[in-house]
Structures are given as structure tokens and as C-alpha cells.
Write a protein of this length. Structure first.
Length: 369
């Protein structure tokens, strides 16, 4: 069963939660101020800010954060004003548009769990997404940011790596300074996309010592970050991942949990989405699903979507079913289909005609030979 997250339900739940919490939080805030309990006053104030953010009132949330910074209620590290975007050397703001992101229930349940963990604000805030390319790791990070109404910043790994001895580790330390400063004065999520590119040596054994320093610096940076700062990392190479680094994450989510039925269901969602953009093509779900069922192995959703999209885009304007033939070829190594093989796989004469561009009369003769 494939699940597409219902963001509107999450938003309604957030609003109800904020309304319930506001009265008690304000009373607690006053009490902690009277008692001179700065630590609890700060924690409660940030919780109120989080409530305004969840209800969509970003301006008020940022205003309260600025006030807290001005009166030195935040710690020294948190009192640093947010970096202007022009001064960010290693972080890049990422757009999080609404897109169709069908996920198996196993993965979508973990995504829901991450959202709940961050909302509870109990220090469970480090998440590692592992799996093959095209499984939805990066898009899921964007979805989480959108569900939580947080800004998403991606680490620019290409700017971190430096050939000069020790410079990569120095850059990583500067990166975590940026994360701490931005995270202290705004509700954000920080994405290390393909973290293995800076934490592992994947090509050159001569760089093991330098990349070892980089990995150690990342571990130290994660250890020193406040636990209310949310970090998501992705990797395609979990089997080669540094064990000490993996232990720094509260949860490791496996994105390879797609069954063939899941992929077929997802492919149908993608096909419907793409066919809505092109009106002159003929929908043939029966043949489409036969192609998928008979494929030796289906690619992961990212690649599957690209195959469907490009097959539709490249298809002949004069042949409304040509995209199906192109999908078949893409899933079968661009090998021209043999009519006899297609017949043995259960394709009808009409379907074989569409997949081979050979007329029925010619096919009948070939199949009798």
C-alpha cells in the first residue's frame, strides 16, 4: 500500500495543539520570570515561538526570537544573530514545493515518527536516511521540512572539500558554526545530502588520513550542536559508513523497502500525473501494468519517474501509444522485443503490435513460423 502524506491533516492537528498549549505556556512563562528561572523561561519562550511557527505566524515567531536575543536570554552561542544569506559559505536555502511523493507505508510511518519526534522537542533530532539513489531520501527531507513549517538548508559539500592539508576539517568546523548560528535564531532543518562525500574516502586511498580527520570533525560538530537543532543526512553507501558517525544519529531510516507491488503502484501514480500534461496520448493501463509485471527488475521511484516522463516526452506525435513501447525498451535494456517472447509472456496480438510497431498480419505470420 502506497501512502501520500496528507499535509492538511497535519496542519489542522498542529493548530489544535498550539491552541491547547498557549494558555498554560504563558502562565509558565510568567511564573519562571517571577522566580528568576532563566533556563526554564528560555525553554518555555522557545516553545511558544514553536507554537506560533506551527500556526503559520512566522513573523511573530522571529520577532520573539529577536527580543530574546536582545535581552540576552539565550546562551552565548544562541545569541549570535542569524547569518545573512549572502554570508552563508556552506549552507544553501532549499525550496520545498509541494510534489507527489508516494511512499510505502513502512517508510511513511517513519516519516510521521520523525515529525512527531521534532514536535515533541525531547532531543531526538538526528536522522540518517540510507538507501539506493532514487528512493526518495532527499525529497522526504523536503517533505519533513514542509510538514514542520521549517526552513531547509542544504550543506554545500563541494565547498567543504579542499585539497590543502587540514583545510577540509577547518571548513567543517566553520560549517557547524553556521549551523549553530542559523539554528539558534530560526526554526530550520539542516540537510547533509550524501554525507559520505565528505565523511568517507570513496575513490582515493591516499586521502584516508585527511578524510578521517573530516569524519572526526563531523562527529565532534554533531556532538556539540544543541539537541533542538534538527539534522538530516543521506547516504547511498551505508555499508561503508563510519560506525562511530552512524551512532550519532537517533534513527537510521532504510529507504530500500519497496516491494515490486509498491513500485507498480507508484509507477501508475507517476503515469497519471504525466499523462495529465499531454492530452494527445492514449492511456492503456492494462498494457502499462503488463510491461511492469514482466520486467525483470523495476528501478527505484526516482529513476522510474524519469523513464516514464522521458518516454512520454520523446514519444511520436503521430503514435499515441508510442510512449508504452519506449517504456518497455527502457525497462528491458533497449533490446527490441521478440514477438514470440512477448506472446509467451501473455501479451495479446494487439499489445505485441503496439510494442513492436509491426502490423498484426505480419505478426501472425511470424508467430506461426
Amino acid at each position: 500500500m502506497i501512502y501520500c502524506p496528507n499535509e492538511s491533516i497535519v496542519e489542522i492537528e498542529n493548530i489544535r495543539e498550539v491552541t491547547f498549549m498557549k494558555k498554560q505556556l504563558i502562565l509558565d512563562l510568567i511564573r519562571y520570570h517571577v522566580e528568576g528561572n532563566n533556563e526554564e523561561f528560555r525553554r518555555t519562550a522557545l516553545e511558544i515561538v514553536d507554537g506560533f511557527r506551527k500556526s503559520g505566524d512566522y513573523d511573530l515567531a522571529e520577532f520573539i526570537l529577536a527580543l530574546l536575543s536582545d535581552v540576552n536570554t539565550l546562551t552565548t552561542q544562541e545569541a549570535i544573530p542569524p547569518y545573512a544569506l549572502s554570508k552563508l559559505n556552506f549552507l544553501t536555502p532549499v525550496d520545498t514545493p509541494r510534489i507527489t511523493l508516494p511512499l510505502p507505508n513502512l517508510i511513511s510511518n517513519d516519516i510521521d515518527g520523525i515529525v512527531h519526534a521534532v514536535q515533541r522537542n525531547i532531543g531526538v533530532s538526528r536522522f540518517l536516511f540510507e538507501g539506493k539513489p532514487g528512493t526518495g531520501k532527499t525529497e522526504s527531507a523536503k517533505l519533513i521540512a514542509r510538514l514542520l513549517r521549517r526552513r531547509l538548508y542544504e550543506v554545500s559539500c563541494s565547498n567543504l572539500v579542499d585539497s590543502r592539508l587540514g583545510q577540509t576539517a577547518k571548513n567543517i568546523r566553520a560549517l557547524f558554526d553556521e549551523i549553530a548560528s542559523v539554528g539558534a535564531t530560526s526554526f530550520s532543518i539542516f540537510l547533509f545530502d550524501e554525507i559520505d562525500s565528505i565523511a568517507l574516502d570513496r575513490v582515493n586511498n591516499n586521502d584516508i588520513r585527511e578524510m578521517g580527520r573530516a569524519t572526526s570533525t563531523i562527529i565532534k560538530g554533531l556532538d556539540q550542536l544543541p539537541r533542538d537543532i534538527v539534522v538530516i543526512a543521506t547516504t547511498n553507501l551505508y555499508e561503508k559508513f563510519d560506525k562511530a558517525l552512524s551512532r550519532r544519529f537517533d534513527a537510521v531510516i532504510n529507504f530500500d523497502r519497496y516491494s515490486k507491488d509498491d513500485l507498480i503502484e507508484i509507477a501508475n501514480i507517476f503515469l497519471d500525473e504525466e499523462l495529465q500534461k499531454v492530452k494527445d496520448l492514449r492511456k492503456n493501463k492494462r498494457l502499462f501494468n503488463k510491461i511492469l509485471l514482466n520486467a525483470d527488475g523495476l528501478p527505484m521511484p526516482g529513476n522510474l519517474k524519469n523513464i516514464i516522463r522521458t518516454s512520454i516526452a520523446f514519444s511520436s506525435i503521430d503514435n499515441p501509444s508510442d510512449y508504452l513501447r519506449r517504456i518497455y525498451l527502457s525497462l528491458n535494456g533497449d533490446k527490441e522485443p521478440d514477438p514470440k517472447d512477448l506472446k509467451s509472456e501473455g501479451f495479446t496480438l494487439r499489445e505485441i503490435e503496439l510494442l513492436t510497431n509491426v502490423s498484426k498480419s505480419s505478426l501472425s505470420r511470424k508467430l506461426k513460423e
